[in-house]
Design a protein around this ligand. Sequence first.
Ligand SMILES: Nc1ncnc2c1ncn2[C@@H]1O[C@H](COP(=O)(O)OP(=O)(O)O)[C@@H](O)[C@H]1O
Ligand SMILES: C=C(OP(=O)(O)O)C(=O)O
Ligand SMILES: [Mn+2]
Length: 517
Amino acid sequence: MVYSFLKNKVHYQLPADQLVLQILERGEGALSNTGALLIRTGEFTGRSPDDKFIVRDAVTEDTVHWNRFNNAMPTACFLALEKDLLAYLGSKEEVWMRDVFACADEKYRLSIRMINELPASSHFAANMFICPQPEELLGMKPEWQVIHAPGFQADPLRHGTRKGNFTVVSFSHKKILIGGTGYTGEIKKGVFTILNYLLPLGHGVLPMHCSANVGKRGDTALFFGLSGTGKTTLSSDPARELIGDDEHGWDEAGVFNFEGGCYAKIIDLSEQREPEIYSAVRAGALVENAGFLPGTNGIDFKSREITENTRVSYPLNFISNARIPSVTGIPQNIFFLTCDAYGVLPPISKLTPEQAMFYYINGYTAKVAGTEVGVMEPQITFSSCFGAPFLPLHPDFYAGMFRAKIEESGAAVWMINTGWTGGPYGTGQRISLTYTRAMLSAALGGELDDVVFSCHPLFGLWVPQFCPGVPAELLNPRDTWEDALAYDRAAVSLLAQFAENYERNRSPSAQTVGSAL
Ligand SMILES: Nc1ncnc2c1ncn2[C@@H]1O[C@H](COP(=O)(O)OP(=O)(O)O)[C@@H](O)[C@H]1O
Ligand SMILES: C=C(OP(=O)(O)O)C(=O)O
Ligand SMILES: [Mn+2]
């Protein structure tokens, strides 16, 4: 591999502590009183899904589902963009390079070379991916490359992008180009995107936008959900070993993490509510877009001055009960997390296998503020398989695999509303984390096995009428609204939106590639 910037200084595989010194020296970060490093990611503090492209060529033409999340880019534009991006990096005095793995299960290991303009992005990659052992680095020829330069701006006319910022994947060249944005989430979700293509097509492995943990009896649980629904928060549980907080694969033997670290939201983080994550904000952790409490170097977890999407990345071993390598067995329980801004869905309910498929395909939630550009308050969304922005293939392809997995495993599927109760956003309140945790722990501990479930009259979901540690009146959302008729109207309207979305997904225009797979 010949890089034009090899004449520059290339910092290869630097450990986090050395990167921290460089970042401080360059004035690109500041240390907090816990030893964690604070950085700012610049103009972008969230992902920009509209600026994500896949190169449309012979490899992808008939396999990729060309929807609004998979914008097509011609090969010629990709080549011009790559050339200009590399020339830009070549003009820098120094660049950072590191080789990492994705996939904790060695059978599926993907080696990736990260080339970064900034040491902070290299630090992020060190925290989030699996670090090769020194002997593994010898003679390693990374299969994929991520080339990342926040300071580079694309030219839409020449490069076929929408704006100056972009994430472009080429499956033929095995490259991800990222520019014009310093939001590190683009790096991890870029890698997630390629795994969502390579694992099902190449290995028959189901990729999932979910977190995972495992109980003392060896029982595995998955927590599916779009951004901000609680995957990271709820998978960190002192009673269960953490497998991973965001991206996993499921094969015949079980579940494995794609990553080697976590990327937690820290808005309003408190030691009392989320002790595991709070204690991970220490030396070696990289905090993004949070500030200090005035006159101190203590982190202000409450400040929304830069964004609501304040984040911290840390290696998995910062959580004391993380399992490394992060591999576990076939799931017994699957939770769909939805942050329902309407306050309509019950805080916990059980789904039949048919309902599980319906909710998986619909992927209903509210986008919370900040994670995507332009989202300022909860915004209703349907996101297939709880991860539409990261799926190169048609959602039906993943849904077919998921159906087979739940049938084979017999896993129980639950829906957890981590959003609003007592009314919609603005009137009601967000369900307390304490109660959500109590509901999960009851479901996982078999404490709901013998309770009476009643059927939600509109949604048909099975709602437990008793749950240890949770006030009974919270379980039936209609009872939590002051105006029960207003609840009924909101529920009817949400159900109609579900039906409409489901039909939209079934329409022939949505089926462009399903038949080819
Ligand atoms: N009942 C609840 N369940 C889960 N998270 C909650 C709840 N109430 C508030 N939250 C907050 O919502 C956010 C969930 O974010 P996170 O776990 O990072 O989501 P994800 O990993 O799915 O993107 C956290 O900031 C958490 O403190
Ligand atoms: C990093 C992200 O994922 P999540 O919020 O699901 O952790 C993101 O969506 O940018
Ligand atoms: Mn997360």
